[in-house]
Design a protein. Structure first.
Length: 203
């Protein structure tokens, strides 16, 4: 079975769009630079998400396509906010209270159910509820990255794990592999940001 899966991935790679490959490379560059808190990450994010907006539309992941339009706007906001923070004093890593996270999770759940029902009734969207969840959770989490909220890494771990399922089903194997890479990098991102947060607390 392992051999069959490997062959399937090889075949999928050979059929892969060159644009998807470029988008994946840029997306990895974005996350690595984000871990290092380098504002250049937002340039990579802007280019990658522009490409993914078209790719997801073509495979009928409508919410993911719309999400990437939002990502493009947030790339501009994140670049501006981080660049402003590069002036003294530097933009610090911060934490949000658990009550704020509880409110966020409740809001994500409600809007996911609402948009999932609307998509399933009025569109041909694939995986409407899962697609809705990853979309709305990503909307909030991207804002958290722009604000350098430490807990954003926890959210991304859940989002990326869930997204891998629908991308595999849609045969976007390279993108699914990208999210697996994201999942691993997110762990290191959390460790790096927590170290900076603690250093600031004890400074």
């Amino acid at each position: 079975m392992k051999t069959d899966l490997s062959q399937h991935l090889i075949d999928a790679w050979l059929q892969m769009s060159g644009w998807e490959i470029i988008a994946v490379i840029l997306a990895i560059a974005y996350l690595v630079l984000a871990v290092r808190q380098n504002s250049l990450c937002w340039y990579c994010a802007l280019a990658s998400t522009a490409i993914y907006t078209v790719i997801f539309w073509e495979v009928q992941l409508l919410m993911e396509s719309a999400l990437n339009v939002y990502y493009m706007l947030m790339a501009i906001y994140g670049w501006w906010h981080w660049r402003r923070g590069e002036q003294k004093p530097a933009l610090p890593v911060q934490r949000w209270h658990w009550r704020r996270h509880a409110l966020i999770i409740t809001g994500i759940t409600f809007i996911t159910l609402t948009s999932g029902v609307l998509l399933s009734r009025h569109t041909e969207a694939a995986w409407p509820f899962v697609d809705s969840f990853t979309t709305w959770a990503s909307v909030i989490t991207t804002y958290m990255v722009a604000r350098k909220v430490l807990e954003n890494w926890y959210y991304w771990m859940v989002i990326n794990s869930t997204s891998m399922i629908i991308f595999i089903e849609r045969e976007l194997y390279l993108t699914a592999l990208l999210l697996m890479t994201y999942l691993i990098i997110s762990i290191f991102g959390y460790i790096a940001w927590r170290r900076d947060y603690r250093a600031m607390q004890y400074a």
